[in-house]
Design a protein around this ligand. Structure first.
Ligand SMILES: Cc1ncc(COP(=O)(O)O)c(C=O)c1O
Length: 393
């Protein structure tokens, strides 16, 4: 490999949320990577710093071109410059869109278990969460389309938030599923927000399909949210893009982003995105190789060494979704996943996310972040094994 993903970076005492932990603790929870950003991104940021003046700045032509070329070349979606708007983050965009496109108490549908902040963006902006639980057969997750149809048909349901690919279950959605979602959304006059922040972290050799690329219907009923922040580890820079094809919908969304004051970049947001999409493709491909090797290692480790736990096979994201229902069924804890995550942390210092925060369907699961050096994954897995052994005793 050309890039070094093996050498640990000491992130303690660096104002990192993830690494604000005790000395012997190992954080494998919040979704950022323990890898330094790609060299072209670091160069672009250093250049910015050397300019030494950080006045108000604008979104440049390079920024539009970087997104347009990347999505055309990597993901087969043709976007035009006027269809893109800068936003300070994906969550900022989601919250703004919920505020702008709904009236209080309307339903916003989500497929659960799902990224926990979707719940906050809905509830904190005066709407109701309408859960459409994914169906889990013990190995994989599917959409219950009859349930989806029924829930979208409710006139109080006006918006849905789709996670493509899906955090935390790691699913790359098939085109056929998205085609059906688009048809149902159109039939029932529901707008789809497609959060595509994890789209570049897919198993090597396999891509995702942008929701808007599936069909004209999907394109016309949706708002797509894109960003370099997960794939290139730039979450602290607050940079994303909002893509809307339909003119009327775009006008509304853009007015919302502007009046919420989340459509203006900071001094580093544009340069970092340009360097990521423009020059860091090779780094990304190596990172995917590395992270999916971590995934295979961790999955096989759990299969082999930890009875009572099972890693759900994911094809996207660096987040492993671990089914601990068998271990939990031994009934020693009172509160499912939260207790298990707390137990793991208390007994071994390993800090992972408890699945219940992603919806009640996640309650017997743990989510573990594998975007770190292999030595960290090895340490994490042996701690998990120790915790499971202690739990079973
Ligand atoms: C599905 C999903 N959307 C959005 C975000 C956060 O996006 P941002 O940092 O741009 O607000 C995350 C972070 O983990 C995520 O998993």
């Amino acid at each position: 490999m050309k890039y070094d993903f093996d050498t640990p970076v000491d992130r303690r005492n660096t104002d990192s949320i993830k690494w604000a932990v005790e000395k012997d603790e190992l954080p494998m929870w919040v979704a950022d990577m323990d890898f330094p950003a790609a060299p072209p991104i670091l160069d672009a940021l250093e250049k910015k710093i050397r300019q030494g003046v950080f006045g108000y700045c604008d979104v440049t032509g390079d920024w539009y071109n970087a997104y347009i070329s990347w999505w055309a070349e990597r993901h087969g979606l043709a976007m035009k410059r006027e269809e893109l708007t800068f936003c300070t983050g994906v969550v900022a965009a989601i919250s703004s869109i919920v505020r702008k496109l709904t009236t209080p108490n309307e339903n916003v549908l989500i497929f659960t278990p799902v990224y926990n902040i979707f719940f906050n963006s809905i509830v904190n902006n005066g709407c109701r969460v309408l859960e459409c639980p994914l169906v889990y057969d013990g190995e994989k997750y599917e959409i219950d389309f009859a349930d989806l149809d029924r829930k979208l048909a409710d006139p109080q349901t006006t918006l849905m938030i789709f996670c493509n690919p899906h955090n935390p279950v790691g699913k790359i959605w098939p085109g056929g599923d998205m085609m059906k979602i688009g048809q149902l959304a159109k039939r029932h006059h529901v707008t789809v927000i497609s959060d595509e922040i994890h789209c570049d972290i897919t198993v090597p050799g396999k891509g995702y399909i942008p929701f808007a690329a599936v069909s004209d219907i999907c394109r016309d009923v949706s708002v797509s949210l894109m960003a370099p922040t997960k794939a290139f580890n730039l979450a602290g820079l607050h940079t994303s893009a909002v893509y809307v094809h339909d003119k009327t919908l775009r006008h509304k969304v853009r007015r919302g982003l502007n009046t919420d004051e989340v459509a203006e970049p900071n001094s580093f947001a544009v340069a970092a995105a340009v360097a990521a999409f423009g020059e860091s493709g090779e780094w990304l491909d190596e990172m995917r190789e590395y992270v999916f090797a971590n995934r295979r290692y961790a999955e096989e480790y759990i299969d082999r060494e930890i009875p009572g736990m099972k890693a759900v096979r994911g094809e996207a994201t660096y987040l492993m979704w671990v089914d601990a229902s068998e271990l939990l069924s031994r009934g020693k804890l009172s509160d499912g996943d939260a207790d298990l995550a707390a137990f793991v942390r208390r007994t071994t210092g390993l800090f992972v996310s408890n699945g219940g925060v992603y919806g009640k369907e996640g309650k017997n699961f743990l989510r573990i972040n594998l975007a770190c050096p292999r030595s960290t994954v090895e340490d994490g897995m042996s701690r998990l094994k120790r915790a499971a052994e202690a739990f079973a005793r």
